[in-house]
Ligand binder design. Structure first.
Ligand code: UDX
Length: 440
């Protein structure tokens, strides 16, 4: 099948490349000429493990190309995906649909008869209907189908998630569109993943409901971690204990600094606004958003407390800046308020991250950078593990302790344990793990 992807950002690029890898003929389009020129030279605008190899293999096989030309590529396509950004609108938190709407207006005059237009971007409930209206305004009676096909890709594991998804959700209003989408996903769905065909509205709701539920699950365990700190419990044990109940499941029960990234913060906010607007406020989601924001704002206080009440004039090392490992993405990263507040409190903050230092430098001009953990901790009063990159999972603690002014380890991801670190003379502070016999 011939597929045209409008938008060559994270979602468009990963989805387009994976569809090409499954044998379809795919062109990824973008307005940004430099981005397309870079992609044509094999240079990717994002870091995603394995994507560069998959792009070059599929380009070499003639199944994947990049272009700025909408007209001719849309005219040939069986399926046109809309994968442009839907950022939070300034002021009200609603998803900004201006890129989606202008993409629809631009592609409509070129669509083939019987083509499918599928939204991959996360869009508010009812957007599919709205897009259909726009198409009908421009070309009344012309037979094209609007489909909602949300993505559930995790950054850092996006290729795996696309190729072996738990499920594929397709919201359709017509039998013909259903058949085209079933053909498109046949290579992935055979023996691998159920395809859930539902209404467009349901598909749009499923995307928001899924992300909101996961954000809530993380927030639940984070609050439980706070309780463990107050009561002298260990949240890791509690998570293991409840996660073994099949009804709860073990995933997304890892307590930490609060969720970040491009999806959970934006999508929970958009869902909250939609729910309020339609007179059905979701108090669980409102509270989740509030708890998570407060948590991220309170991280610096944990470090200041661990350093004896002040960090003025002290060096603090941060291991990890990206919102999660295997990405260079800094959007809504807990490291941002943490670094800002430590700097405001008079600390010198030195950070290291395998991929995100360039993006972080533009956001945090007063942050200092080091090429590795050992150089980051020189003379430091404390080291804070912020992002659980594999590079930080087997640190040489004897070496770290030797270089630090004061061996304090604040582990925001519970990668290590108090017992192993105290052997090297470290004072250890985890999340939701009070020292044995003490309260937090
Ligand atoms: C998420 C969804 O998982 C994906 O389905 C959706 O399409 C986009 O949003 P992503 O943002 O890439 O993907 O990352 P994810 O791995 O889900 O983590 C999100 C945030 O939650 C990160 O800040 C992560 O550190 C945090 N998290 C995750 C926890 O704090 N604890 C956990 O147990 C899991």
């Amino acid at each position: 099948m011939r597929v045209t992807m409008i938008g060559s950002g994270y979602v468009g690029l990963v989805s387009g490349t994976c569809l090409a890898d499954f044998g379809h003929s795919v062109t990824c389009i973008d307005k940004d000429e430099t981005r397309i020129a870079d992609l044509q030279r094999g240079q990717l605008p994002i870091y995603e493990p394995g994507l560069d190899r998959l792009v070059s293999e599929n380009v070499a096989a003639g199944r994947l190309g990049f272009s700025t030309d909408i007209a001719s590529n849309v005219a040939q396509a069986d399926v046109v995906f809309i994968a442009v950004g839907t950022p939070s609108r300034r002021g009200d938190g609603h998803a900004d649909l201006s890129h989606v709407e202008s993409a629809i207006r631009e592609i409509t005059p070129h669509l083939r008869k019987g083509a499918v237009v599928a939204t991959k971007s996360t869009v508010p409930v009812g957007t599919g209907d709205r897009l259909e209206e726009i198409i009908r305004e421009i070309r009344p009676e012309y037979p094209v189908f609007v489909v909602s096909n949300p993505e559930f890709l995790r950054q850092g594991a996006a290729i795996e998630d696309f190729s072996r998804p738990d499920r594929i959700v397709v919201g359709v209003a017509d039998e013909a569109a259903k058949r085209i989408m079933a053909d498109l996903y046949r290579p992935i769905s055979i023996n691998r993943a159920p395809v859930l065909f539902t209404s467009r509205r349901n598909a749009e709701l499923i995307k928001y409901a899924g992300n909101a539920f996961l954000a809530m699950k993380i927030t639940f365990i984070n609050e439980m971690a706070d309780l463990c700190e107050s009561l002298g419990g260990d949240v890791q044990e509690v998570a293991r204990g409840i996660g073994l109940d099949n009804r709860i499941g073990p995933k997304f029960l890892h307590a930490g600094p609060g969720y970040g990234g491009s999806c959970f913060p934006k999508d929970t906010l958009a869902l909250m606004r939609t729910a309020q607007e339609f007179g059905s406020p979701m108090r669980l989601i409102e509270t989740t958003i509030d708890i998570n924001n407060t948590r991220k704002q309170a991280l610096a206080q944990r470090v200041i407390q661990a350093c004896g009440g002040t960090v003025a004039g002290k060096r603090i090392a941060l291991l990890g800046l990206a919102f999660k490992p295997n990405t260079d993405d800094m959007r809504e990263a807990p490291s941002i308020p943490l670094a800002e507040m430590l700097l405001a409190a008079g600390a010198t903050v030195v950070a290291t991250d395998p991929q995100a230092m360039r993006n972080a430098a533009s956001l945090l001009p007063d942050l200092e950078f080091a090429p590795d953990p050992y150089r980051a901790v020189e003379d430091a009063e404390a080291v804070v593990l912020v992002t659980e990159w594999n590079e930080f999972r087997a640190l040489n603690f004897a070496e770290l302790a030797k270089r630090m002014r004061n061996p304090r380890f604040i582990d925001l991801r519970n990668v290590y344990g108090r017992a192993e670190l105290s052997e090297y003379g470290f004072t250890y502070h985890g999340i939701g793990r009070a020292a044995p016999g003490e309260r937090g």
